[in-house]
Design a protein around this ligand. Structure first.
Ligand code: ZN
Length: 281
């Protein structure tokens, strides 16, 4: 812990222990976002405070800004709690809009993408998971990019939505963690906002050519099944920069972009990035 951080915590400890009630009205100066399953909220609170929403927790940054995700099956009412060094400072009940998720049946999937069995395939899958987890385990960039307006990475017909249950060749597999846009192979994909490339991975087993962009505060977007990767891990990109092209690599039955939004490991609905956030104060 840096000396600065220690001093800050020490000062807050004194402040919190003597004036819990006096400051409670000012603990939260901003709270907005998308209070729905697969949504997220953000706000402004005490620097370095702990924020909890349901089972999820986040730490506010040194300016007090925090982001927190809402899982696909969150309860109708979830409690937001803010505490400093374990001392509760503020609670607020949030009503979470509930969704009915459709079921999608996908046929004509290659057998090896439904039931991978060979030792080589299993090793490939394990290696992908390690690389993706390693990228996620790195400290998130504390970039301001997530607060800016996002643009769509491609236009096109939406052929898959966030949260749906999925059956491949009749067998249920994990639920759909993003939006699918059908476009022809070679269509350029534009970064929807400034970011750092957290991972550019060629030839992953299920996702094919894959990109993960870090927009700050634990918020990342994911691009799968690309035909071409035009960036590499560690690159900085600006909104509108071409990061690759649409393809049909990995577990895919036709050219499309699979676009995901993650808060840490939690998959959220990326289409919310285009919706006007609600003020929750
Ligand atoms: Zn998809």
């Amino acid at each position: 812990m840096s000396v600065m951080k220690f001093l800050q915590l020490f000062l807050w400890f004194i402040f919190a222990s003597v004036s819990t009630h006096a400051i409670s009205g000012e603990v939260l100066s901003k709270l907005q976002g998308y209070p729905e399953q697969g949504g997220f909220v953000w706000g402004q609170t005490i620097p370095l405070a702990q924020v909890k929403l349901g089972d999820a927790s986040a730490q506010a940054d040194e300016k007090g800004l925090f982001y927190i995700g809402i899982p696909r099956l969150a309860q109708q009412t979830e409690q937001l709690e803010i505490s400093v060094l374990g001392v509760p400072q503020y609670t607020q009940k949030l009503t979470i809009a509930q969704h009915e998720y459709p079921t999608q049946y996908i046929k004509g999937v290659k057998k090896k993408h439904v039931n991978p069995r060979s030792e080589a395939d299993m090793a490939h899958i394990r290696s992908d998971i390690e690389k993706i987890n390693a990228a996620r385990a790195q400290p998130f960039e504390m970039l301001p990019y997530i607060e800016k307006t996002f643009s769509q990475p491609v236009s096109g017909t939406i052929t898959g939505v966030y949260g749906s249950r999925r059956f491949y060749n009749g067998e249920e597999r994990s639920w759909h963690k993003g939006t699918d846009f059908a476009r022809k192979t070679g269509t350029p994909i534009a970064a929807p906002q400034d970011a750092v490339v957290k991972l550019a991975l060629a030839n992953s087993y299920f996702n094919g050519n894959l990109i993960m962009l870090d927009h700050g505060h634990g918020m990342m977007t994911l691009y799968a099944h690309l035909d071409r990767l035009d960036v590499k891990t560690g690159d900085s990109v600006k909104q509108g920069d071409v990061i690759g092209t649409v393809g049909s690599t990995g577990r895919s039955t036709g050219p499309h972009l699979h676009w995901g939004l993650y808060w840490g490991k939690m998959a959220l609905n990326p289409m919310l990035l285009f919706k006007t956030p609600q003020n929750l104060m």
